[in-house]
Design a protein around this ligand. Structure first.
Ligand SMILES: Cc1ncc(C[n+]2csc(CCOP(=O)(O)OP(=O)(O)O)c2C)c(N)n1
Ligand code: SF4
Length: 249
């Protein structure tokens, strides 16, 4: 019996199975992204940039031009490529540590400049690759390697809300949304709309995806799913925050 592989065409089949831990959300996010690339027929135009952190495991993930960057610097690298080659579709893919901690100034400035790129931030509420330290997105009371008694919001503040911040500073023409791995069809739709916004030349597009890290959360399958589906949306509201209404002047 032959088993038919259900993989996006834009995935590199010879590098699968992928390298993420079992139960990791990155795989589902990348499935949605791969399907969006397939449906838009843009595989030959995409330049995919991945960060340091577990996103770097995507350096050989797609049959697309790919660049792996310094931690937090994927946005500037993809911005440079897009400015040099406006005909390309630039995708900057990173974790919440890369996007909201070390790379936060790049995210803010790319959004302020309304760069015609698509940024995807995978929010797993911790620094995954380095062993589960507290991230800007760690939930109040959540235990991590560096918050063993739970995140104390009096000392470390509330979780960073990336899409809300980006939506507040972008200009007309930008697209901003938050999806979740608990709804792959919806996350694919959000990523597809973000890419369409770039293709239309409207402006900056930004999608955060709520995602799992069972290895560092130390959760079983049921608790992992519950955390993504029930706990994370209490602080991170899923949906579209900004949809372009007119092309920027
Ligand atoms: C300039 C720099 N600072 C720190 C590090 C160490 N480092 C590697 S991965 C990482 C955290 C990654 O976390 P995140 O961006 O949330 O991605 P995840 O692994 O959770 O997908 C850190 C701090 C680094 N590689 N380079
Ligand atoms: S450490 Fe966490 S984010 Fe990284 S591959 Fe494993 S489960 Fe995924």
């Amino acid at each position: 019996m032959t088993v038919e592989l259900n993989m996006p065409k834009s995935w590199r089949q010879e590098t699968k199975p992928h390298k993420f831990c079992p139960g990791c959300g990155h795989g589902l996010v990348l499935k949605g992204l791969g399907q969006a690339i397939d449906e838009l027929g843009i595989q030959d135009k995409v330049v995919f940039g991945c960060d340091i952190g577990c996103s770097l495991l995507t350096w050989d993930f797609f049959n697309c031009d790919t660049v792996q960057t310094h931690h937090g610097r994927t946005g500037p690298v993809i911005t440079g490529i897009k400015r040099a080659r406006p005909d390309r579709i630039g995708i900057a893919y990173m974790g919440d540590g890369g996007g909201y901690a070390i790379g936060s100034q790049h995210l803010v400035n790319a959004a302020m400049r309304n760069e015609r790129i698509t940024v995807i931030v995978v929010n797993n509420a911790n620094y995954g690759m380095t062993g589960g330290q507290m991230a800007p997105t760690t939930l109040p009371g959540m235990k991590t390697e560096t918050s063993p008694y739970g995140r104390d919001i009096d000392k470390t503040g509330y979780p960073m809300q990336g899409p809300e911040m980006v939506a507040a500073i972008v200009r007309e023409g930008a697209y901003v949304a938050r999806g979740t791995m608990a709804n792959v069809r919806q996350l694919k739709t959000f990523i597809k709309r973000a890419l369409e916004n770039q293709i239309a030349g409207n402006g900056f597009s930004f999608v955060e995806i709520l995602s799992s890290c069972p290895t560092n959360w130390s959760t079983n399958a049921k608790d992992t799913w519950n955390f993504v589906e029930q706990e994370m949306p209490k602080f991170f509201k899923v949906g579209e925050l900004k949809v372009p209404t007119k092309k920027e002047e």
